[in-house]
Design a protein around this ligand. Structure first.
Ligand SMILES: Nc1ncnc2c1ncn2[C@@H]1O[C@H](COP(=O)(O)OP(=O)(O)OP(=O)(O)O)[C@@H](O)[C@H]1O
Ligand SMILES: [Mg+2]
Length: 378
């Protein structure tokens, strides 16, 4: 993503807002809740546009519309998790009475997802997942649910294999869930009726703060399961892996919760979704004529192989130009256009992915288990 260059006026404005302690270099991010800038402490470091050394800062300037809870949650969790190799490093924060609020972090030298997701080989995918899962393992130890795991919130450098989780504005700490999970042993009688049955009408209202990003929400969020936990982050990590393995982004288009569930059936199978719903005290009904069981390995393999064909065509089209997506090999690896789905590594990768995407959160791999998987350890 490219941003408007930082105008002299804006740069002067920002620098004066912080009493001249920072040199602002460029804008590196814009979200719904913040603008993020690359900067230096004045007098330390270099304000050269291309220099990203250890003195480089990422300053997240929160928009006045950000809810105060969002800001305090992000700071609290960054403080708690500070020092872990996979979590963005918090250096300091500013909260002024006039509403100015900024989080100052170490800049992490990363490559935009768009540039690499279709180019990673299996070894690099292993690095990506190892770093992401280590971050999630640590968060689960801290009882933090990130709630918005997605490529834009996991910065990765394919050259070094390192990654950083960022953006804890939606996170929850010590999540306490409602003890009423909506489970009711009586059988629902709504099916084929034009009104809601008394069993359903007597159920307690289920409210689950959806949060997160469409396309990355776990079945338990989509099915409004109040006892969800950090396993929703594991599912989102699985969607990231699915996107990289199949070289499709976004893998699931933005849609409402019902459409999202029906799209998931195509990948995960109706039977698995039904079984997950039962485990959460829900009933999952689908009129879609989909196979009850999906051969997950075949599906992912076919999508990866199709992407190789697309990649070859793109590569041939772009041969000799400096602009195609395959011309940027600045992070060290040439594009993968060979079929790597015959290897043992591939089999292990898909097996682990299936474990991360288990619709039933109780059967889904926990981060520590995934980190012991053959795909990661071999
Ligand atoms: N420590 C960092 N190092 C390098 N870049 C960063 C860092 N922190 C944030 N960024 C850049 O800024 C972008 C936005 O950051 P972040 O996701 O924290 O903001 P946000 O306003 O909460 O975003 P959104 O509303 O889109 O979720 C990131 O996607 C990344 O490109
Ligand atoms: Mg973000």
């Amino acid at each position: 993503m490219t941003f408007e260059p930082l105008t002299k006026e804006r740069k002067n404005y920002l620098e004066s807002r912080f009493d001249g302690i920072y040199d602002f270099v460029e804008q590196i991010g814009v979200g719904s809740f913040s603008n993020v800038y690359r900067a230096y402490l004045r007098g330390i470091g270099d304000d050269d546009e291309n220099n990203n050394d250890s003195t480089t800062l990422a300053i997240k300037l929160l928009k006045p519309s950000s809810h105060p809870t969002r800001v305090s949650t992000e700071i609290e969790i960054l403080e708690l998790a500070n020092g872990h190799e996979t979590i963005s490093e918090l250096l300091m924060y500013h909260q002024e009475p006039d509403g100015l609020c900024a989080i100052v972090m170490t800049y992490f030298d990363n490559v935009p997802y768009d540039w690499y997701y279709s180019k990673l080989n299996l070894c690099q995918i292993k690095w990506y997942m190892t770093s992401l899962l280590r971050g999630l393992e640590f968060l689960q130890e801290l009882k933090v649910v990130h709630r918005d795991v997605k490529p834009a919130n996991f910065l990765f450098n394919p050259r070094t294999g390192e990654g950083r989780l960022i953006d804890f504005g939606l996170s929850e700490l010590n999540r306490k869930h409602d003890s009423k999970d909506g489970g009711d042993s009586r059988q629902c009688r709504c099916i084929n009726m034009t009104r809601v049955c008394s069993v359903c009408l007597s159920k307690p209202k289920q409210q689950v703060d959806r949060g997160g990003t469409a396309g990355f929400r776990a079945p338990e969020i989509l099915m409004k399961y109040p006892k969800y936990d950090g396993q929703i982050d594991v599912f989102a990590a699985g969607i990231c892996m699915l996107s990289i393995l199949t070289r499709r982004y976004p893998y699931f288009p933005k849609s409402d919760d019902f459409d999202a569930l029906s799209l998931m059936i195509h990948v995960l199978g109706v039977n698995q979704m039904k079984e997950a719903a039962t485990a959460m005290g829900k009933v999952f009904c689908s009129s879609l004529k989909e196979p009850a069981v999906v051969d997950f390995n075949d599906l992912v393999q076919e999508q990866r192989l199709n992407s190789f064909i697309d990649a070859r065509v793109a590569e041939e089209d772009e041969l000799g130009t400096d602009e195609g997506i395959y011309s940027d090999t600045s992070y060290g690896r040439s594009p993968v256009v060979e079929d790597d789905t015959n290897s043992l590594e591939w089999v292990a990768a898909v097996h682990m992915l299936e474990g991360l995407l288990a619709p039933n959160p109780h059967k889904r791999l926990r981060p520590a288990e995934a980190l012991q998987h053959d795909f990661i350890t071999s």
